[in-house]
Write a protein that binds this ligand. Structure first.
Ligand SMILES: O=C(COP(=O)(O)O)[C@@H](O)[C@H](O)[C@H](O)COP(=O)(O)O
Length: 354
């Protein structure tokens, strides 16, 4: 996937003059400050503080929220069984990498990991806190077919979300993630875009009510043979709908993190996650533009580990190397000099589903 946290360029947002009939996107309604303050009074200050901590200079997000099924695929690729002990060993390796907090500001966890202890018995959330890393939690319940659409999907998880998030907050989580997708080859249909935007907005409002900063992630899938202009057009439409829905739901914009997909040509184009992030940070941006990567940070680490205890240090070094490269890209100072061919390898997998 070519998405990256808070990779929001001003150009992703339609200009006000473009909110109109030609794009069939309604203009967001203004949200008054008093409405926002009243609605988000309980956690407003904390939400802003959390968002700022996650968006601190030279740092980004380590997505380690693979569900047990996806984690099983990762473990199978190095010949390990998908047992709780193996998942615990791998995640212990990740969070105990010395100095990880220098490059990583937030870690998105799967529910199992939020409540899990590391191999040495310490709570994973406590280790993250010692590293200066904010724990986050994946709260969506995955994608399912969207009836009445053009073979598109929608993201489940709103039922019971408030209660789950209240418990996640108690367990130490301070931000949340909800990933929905939009397919360009399948349309996207008006229905799919509206559904994605509304689901994200409801999730964002519920998360803020429960003290969690929502990562708002409508992923525009890379699949397709379209050019970059078409991706841009769809990105604008999806973002306009999403902001409209968030305004309708009184989401406090200062207390969210945006995770737009990178605007690239479709399909077989290489995913140059680090290089693209670096390019976007060559000039000033209106927002902190950083990363939220899973495979781009973990691939070499996982392979280096291979499940062998004697490889833990080398695997942690591999993770730190990728984290540092992306930290430099956040600062606009990354060069690929000295990078291995593997590190430069594209991550795009056709029809990839998580
Ligand atoms: O946002 C993400 C991006 O992953 P990526 O950088 O493309 O490897 C990840 O958190 C994925 O969402 C995660 O690996 C998904 O796991 P499942 O929920 O599908 O199991």
């Amino acid at each position: 996937m070519a998405s990256a946290a808070a990779l929001l360029k001003s150009s992703f947002l339609p200009k006000k003059s473009e909110w109109g009939a030609s794009r069939q996107v309604a203009a967001p309604r203004p949200v008054t400050v008093s409405m926002v303050v009243v609605r988000a009074s309980t956690y407003a200050d904390e939400l802003v503080k959390t968002a700022k901590t996650v968006a601190s200079p030279g740092r980004g997000i380590l997505a380690m929220d693979e569900s047990n099924a996806t984690c099983g695929k990762r473990l199978a690729s190095i010949g390990l069984e998908n047992t709780e002990a193996n998942r615990q060993a791998y995640r212990t390796l990740l969070v105990t990498a010395p100095g990880l907090g220098q490059y990583i500001s937030g870690a998105i966890l799967f529910e199992e990991t939020l409540y899990q202890s590391a191999v040495d018995g310490r709570k994973i959330v406590d280790i993250l806190a010692e590293q200066g890393i904010v724990p986050g939690i994946k709260v969506d319940k995955g994608l399912v077919p969207l009836a009445g659409s053009n073979n598109e999907s929608w993201c489940q998880g709103l039922d019971g979300l408030a209660a789950r998030e209240a418990a996640y907050y108690q367990a130490g989580a301070r931000f949340a993630k909800w990933r929905t997708v939009v397919s360009i080859p399948n349309g996207p249909s008006e229905l799919a875009v509206k559904e994605a935007a509304w689901g994200l907005a409801r999730y964002a409002a519920i998360s803020q009510d429960n003290g969690l900063v929502p990562i708002v992630e409508p992923e525009i899938l890379l699949d397709g043979e379209h050019g970059i202009e078409r991706t841009f057009e769809v990105a604008q439409k999806v973002w306009a709908e999403t902001f409209y829905a968030m305004a309708e739901n009184n989401v406090m914009f200062e207390g969210i993190l945006l995770k737009p997909s990178m605007v690239t040509p479709g399909a077989e184009s290489k995913d140059k996650a680090t290089q693209n992030l670096n390019a976007m940070n060559q000039g000033p941006n209106p927002w902190h533009v950083s990363f939220s990567y899973a495979r781009a940070l973990q691939n070499t680490c996982l392979k280096t580990w291979g499940g062998a205890p004697e490889n833990v240090k080398a695997a942690q070094d591999a993770l730190l190397l990728r984290a540092k490269a992306n930290s430099l890209a956040q600062l606009g100072k990354y060069t690929s000099d000295g990078e291995t061919a593997e590190a430069k390898e594209g991550m795009f997998v056709k029809n990839y589903s998580y």
